[in-house]
Every structure is written in C-alpha cells, then in structure tokens.
Design a protein around this ligand. Structure first.
Ligand code: GAP
Length: 452
C-alpha cells in the first residue's frame, strides 16, 4: 500500500494563521523569541474549543474520570523521583530528522541508530527550565517548570482517591502548560518550548493493563476522527524497546500526517507501577490501593494517553485546509468541525443602510448569547463569505432588504455554499440544529431552499 502524501504546505498554514489572527510569533515586536508562539483572537477560540471537546468527552461524559489542575512549579524532589533530573542531564546528541535523542557516550559515528539521520553535536543538556523560589538565587532554591503535567496527577493520587472514593479502574485528567528546553524546535507549533498538554493517568489493576492500553488507543483515535480528522491521516506507531521512555513498559504513538511527514500527535503509554512506586519511595508515603472486594493492597498500573493541545490545533488546521474552485477563482476554506470552529456564525447585513444595520444588530445581540458570532459589514457580500470560509465559520446569516418585509434571512453553509431562507423567529433553533450536524436542507416551519 502506498503512503498518502501530505496535502498542504506548512507555509500556507503559517501564513493563514498569521494573516487571520490565529497564531503570531511570540514577542514579535522584539524580533520574536525562538519557539514561543502567541495565540491570537481566533487561535485562542480554536484552542479553547479543542480543550473543551476533550474535557467533555474524557471527563464530563465518563463515570470513571475526574479532573485536576495542579501547579506548574512542584517540589524539586518530584523531578528526582520521576527520573527527569537524572534522565535529562546527560550529554545528548539529537537526530536532526526524527528528533530522537541519544546519549553521546552510547553512540558511534554521527548517524542516528533509528533512522540514519544526521546527529547534532553533543551537549550537556537538561530539558527542564530552571528558576529560583524566593529572593536568593542559589542552588537550594532551584525549582523547575514542569516538563509534563502528569507528575501533578501522580502526587495527588491519594488526595483524589480519598476525596472522591473512586474505585479502580478510574482516571484523572488534566490540561495545562508544560515547558521543555528542546534542543531542536521547529515546524511551527509542532515542537515549541512552551506548550499545552491534555493528559490522562488511568489507574488500573495490574493484569488488566494490556486490555486498557488497547481500549485507550481506540478511544483516542475515535476522538480525533469524530472531530473530523481523516482516518487516512492518522496511524499508530508502536515504540521499539530502544526508544521507550524510562518509565514505559510499552507505548504507541498516534501519528498524524503533518506537512513534514508522519509525526507524533499523541502518545499512549503503559507506565506500569513506575511512578507511584517512585513517589512512594521518595516521599515516604504509601501509594497503594486497597481493593475492598479482594481485600488486597497493591500499587495500580497506569495507562497514560498524553496529547498536545498545540499539536492537535496544528493537525486540525492542516486537516481542514483546502483550496477549492469557486466560479473562476479559488477559495481558501477551513473545513473545521463546527465544534472546533472559532466563530460559529457570521452576521452579514447586505448593506450599511440604517434599517438593515438595526435588524442585523438585533440578531447579532441575540445569537452571541449562544456562540462566538462575528458581525461583518465591510466590502461585498462575496468577499465577506470568503473571509468567513478562510477562518472556518460554518454558517453565515445574511440580512437583506427583503428581510425587512418578510422577516426572513438566508443561511449560507460554508462547505457546500448552499443557502436556505428561514423566518427570523426560527433562526436560533435552525442554526443550533445545523451546528449539531442536522442536514442543511431539513427546513424549519416557513423555511425554503434559496440557492442550490
Ligand atoms: N507525560 C508523557 C509525556 O509528556 P510526551 O510524548 O513527551 O509524553 C506528550 O508528550 C504529548 O505532548 C506529545 O504527543 C505532544 O503532543 C505534546 N508535546 C510534547 N513535547 C512537545 C513540544 N515540545 N511542543 C509541542 N507539543 C509537545
């Protein structure tokens, strides 16, 4: 079977994000700060929608999951226990193509053992950003910005268990910032030094871990597909023994076919009992679970689906981007799932005449109580539709002179560019139904097909 080729250039995505206010280079007026990015007015909505969709599916709709929000700075012993302090302070070389890092003293020559790519020069490297707590900058006051959100979950395992009375199997979910002083960054927001993770630590009885590992892979693949990612743009890649992280028994990546090729979108790891045992050892607190049915004490195993918010945003943008013929021109359109689209509905009065503006503003005021809605009265209606297509707005509502007479407006669908006309009294419920996936041509009472 031949591999599918990436369909979109990264430059086009970067340019669209910059032009339309999704993502800007961090600290841009000072020349930027390498591998830091700022999310603009549309980017922040996209990111918020991704996080909310994840939280709804992973926490809100599940009986076996609770949420958590832990601090970025943690006790320095956490990073001794987790292995991050030791693991990240070797002299490392990094492969310039697959980004795997190798200890310099274990490598012969200058090629990557995994993909034969060229390696960087060896550098003494600790991946964690250091800072100081309190006024004195000395070794005793060093704290680290967390390189993963996971550790905040492990150290709160007992707190959550005691306060929620959850029984195994159950999970704890967290969304938050993580920081890594990456050696090689690049590919836009794919690999940056400050990013956001959406992590689940799912605690299971040893022996049931394989089954849960497989279930979580399925669950997480479906989440992306349900939000519009084409299945052909996703693949599973099992880690070899050599590339497994120090804590993992097994790990599979969900890869996405990004413009630079197949790359990790999310990792799903079986961390076994490594983390709870380590934190029990370093903190002196028992982190065992008591099974009331079998009257046994044991340390749970952990299955960890760990996704990146920024990488998800990039995957959703690449997956949605299209250039399509529109009469004699080409339109750029983001076919984002309505759940993820930054703006759900655009309100477009046909002209700036006072009566039309008043009617349009009334509709705008009503709809913005439900969704992020944009009002746009600048330039021709065609150009305004194009602008909304380019930022992925699923529906446009146009108010014309006839609307003042018949109290009806048109709704135009982004993907098909078809239009229906509906009474203003039915507008809110109709938009709601279409955004939830109802066929565009199912009409409300008094509605009609306008343009096929
Ligand atoms: N707790 C496990 C863990 O952190 P990871 O594979 O290192 O595992 C999980 O990271 C996810 O976090 C990745 O699949 C990716 O989506 C995101 N991620 C990791 N490093 C990143 C970086 N430098 N920039 C953007 N996203 C990153």
């Amino acid at each position: 079977m031949t591999e599918p080729a990436p369909k979109v250039d990264m430059e086009k995505i970067v340019s669209l994000c910059r032009r339309r206010g999704f993502i800007f280079p961090g600290s841009e007026i000072y020349g930027g700060l390498s591998s830091f990015w700022d999310y603009g007015p549309l980017g922040v909505e996209l990111k918020r929608n991704i996080k909310e969709a994840w939280w709804q599916a992973m926490v809100q709709e599940r009986d076996d999951m609770v949420g958590l929000d832990t601090s970025i700075l943690m006790h320095p012993r956490v990073w001794e226990a987790s292995g991050h302090l030791e693991g990240f302070s070797d002299a490392l070389v990094e492969c310039k193509s697959c980004h795997l890092r190798w200890r310099a003293d274990e490598i012969e020559g200058n090629t990557c053992p995994s993909c034969s790519g060229e390696l960087t020069e060896p550098r003494l490297f600790n991946l964690m950003f250091k800072t100081f707590m309190g006024p004195v900058e000395e070794e005793a006051n060093v704290v680290y910005l967390r390189p993963e959100t996971a550790q905040g979950i492990f150290v709160n395992f007992e707190n959550v268990l005691n306060t929620t009375r959850k029984k195994l199997p159950f999970g704890i979910a967290q969304i938050g910032k993580a920081f890594r002083n990456e050696i090689t960054t690049g590919n836009f927001i794919f690999r940056s030094r400050e990013f956001e993770q959406m992590e689940i630590e799912f605690f299971v009885k040893p022996g049931t871990d394989r089954e849960w590992f497989d279930r979580w892979i399925e669950e997480r693949l479906n989440w992306y597909v349900n939000l519009g990612i084409k299945r052909g743009n996703l693949r599973l890649r099992q880690h070899t023994k050599e590339e497994l992280a120090h804590y993992a028994r097994e790990c599979s990546d969900i890869d996405y076919l990004f413009p630079m090729g197949w790359s990790e979108l999310e990792g799903i790891a079986n961390r076994g009992d490594f983390d709870l045992i380590q934190h029990a050892k370093y903190s002196g607190k028992s982190l065992e679970y008591y099974d009331e049915e079998t009257k046994e004490h044991f340390v749970p195993y952990i299955i960890e689906p760990s996704a990146g918010v920024d990488r998800s945003a990039l995957a959703f943008l690449c997956n949605a981007y299209a250039e399509e013929p529109d009469n004699n021109e080409i339109r750029v359109v983001l076919h984002l799932h309505p759940r993820l689209a930054p703006i759900k509905v655009a309100i477009l009065p046909l002209s700036r005449r006072e009566q039309l503006v008043a009617a349009a503003k009334e509709i705008y005021a009503d709809l913005r109580q439900c969704w992020m809605v944009q009002y746009d009265d600048a330039q021709s209606i065609g150009r305004r539709y194009r602008r909304q297509d380019e930022i992925g707005t699923p529906l446009c509502t146009t108010i014309d002179f006839q609307s003042l007479e018949d109290k009806q407006v048109t709704i135009r669908e982004r993907d098909t560019m078809k239009q229906i006309r509906v009474p203003i009294s039915e507008l809110r419920t109709t938009l709601q139904a279409k955004l939830a996936g109802e066929d565009f041509f199912i009409l409300p009472p008094g509605g009609k097909i306008w343009k096929e």
